[in-house]
Design a protein around this ligand. Structure first.
Ligand SMILES: NC(=O)c1ccc[n+]([C@@H]2O[C@H](COP(=O)([O-])OP(=O)(O)OC[C@H]3O[C@@H](n4cnc5c(N)ncnc54)[C@H](OP(=O)(O)O)[C@@H]3O)[C@@H](O)[C@H]2O)c1
Length: 300
């Protein structure tokens, strides 16, 4: 494998089916594009039909044979998630890759359809439920992978178990960090459970460093503070490289975490990234697991 990881390093995905959440833009779009270019059938799990159609048209304008389909999916709704998983089970003969990529960052306080704080609800609980529904299908495949997209922001974060729905206090950034920390706890908890069940499926995580996408849509005037960073940031396509490596590197092991290899893991290429040791805390992993099962009514 070349030292600098590039799109051309993604091996053939012929015969595989991948579901990428939040694939209409940003990192998810480029993850879907490259997987399709390598021969995978790619389901774009998106909430907006026209945005999904635009993404499919953009990919197929360069790759006319790309095998792509829109999967209606709103991660802020448990019923939408269950319906989407049901559609995958009905229409697809198999599922090899689940890329839990969709995310929302620092919105004003909002609740999901089921009353969860939006960032924890979409970024963690929604993906937990989706994974739970699709796990039997994934476990039926020899090389299945579940990839959770976390962030540098998971470092130094914690789950606010005493105020899980942010009823007492809402700090936009802390709740984003908490959701990305949850992505890490979920990855390690899932890998343990996959191993214990004798499944060869892998749970892995990745983060895109700092990538120029639409993620900052809620940061308002703070956007100007980040402008000087834009020239060192990853493009959205570069930001997809850690996700792609986590999903397809034949040498990846369960529980691996990929990120950019440049200074501070902020940008460039893709390799093994640094995990905050708090994310490996078994008590936190199991506590979050129990709460996630109870809130989503999905048992894994
Ligand atoms: N960009 C970075 O620097 C950075 C850094 C660290 C981690 N990340 C992580 O990378 C992942 C991708 O983010 P991005 O930077 O590509 O952001 P983005 O450009 O804003 O894309 C986010 C995607 O998530 C989708 N999404 C949001 N809420 C959803 C919902 N309720 N149901 C279904 N889909 C929903 C969005 O759909 P709509 O277009 O319909 O809103 C969009 O497709 C996120 O998990 C983010 O936390 C990004």
């Amino acid at each position: 494998m070349a030292t600098v990881y590039r799109e051309v390093d993604v091996p053939s995905q012929q015969g595989k089916t991948a579901l990428v959440t939040g694939a209409n833009t940003g990192i998810g779009f480029h993850t879907a594009r490259v997987l399709a270019a390598r021969g995978a059938r790619v389901l774009l799990g998106c909430r907006d039909e026209s945005r999904a159609a635009e993404a499919i048209a953009a990919i197929q304008s360069k790759l006319p044979d790309a095998d792509l389909a829109w999967l209606p999916l709103d991660l802020a709704s448990l019923s939408s998630i269950e319906k989407a998983a049901g559609q995958v089970q009905q229409t697809e003969s198999h599922l090899d890759l689940l890329i839990n990529n969709a995310g929302v960052m620092v919105p004003p306080k909002t609740l999901t359809e089921d009353g969860f704080e939006l960032q924890f609800g979409v970024n963690h609980l929604g993906h937990f439920a989706l994974t739970g529904h699709l796990l039997p299908m994934l476990k039926a495949r020899a090389d299945a992978r579940i990839v959770n997209i976390s962030s540098l922001a998971h470092r130094g974060a914690a789950i606010d178990f005493d105020d899980i729905h942010a009823e007492r206090k809402y700090s936009r950034m802390k709740r984003y960090q908490m959701s990305k920390f949850a992505n890490m706890l979920f990855t390690f908890g899932l890998q343990q459970r996959l191993e214990a069940s004798g499944s060869g499926a892998l749970a892995v995580a990745a983060h895109p460093g700092g990538s120029n996408t639409e993620l900052g849509r809620h940061i308002g005037l703070m956007r100007f503070l980040f402008l000087p960073l834009e020239w060192i940031m990853n493009s959205a396509a570069e930001g997809a490289l850690p996700s792609l490596r986590a999903a397809t590197d034949p040498d990846a092991k369960g529980g691996d975490y990929y990120g950019p290899t440049g200074m501070g893991e902020f940008a460039r290429s893709a390799g093994i990234a640094k995990v905050d040791s708090a994310a490996r805390d078994l008590e936190a992993i199991n506590r979050l697991w129990g709460i996630s099962e109870a809130l989503t009514n999905v048992s894994i």
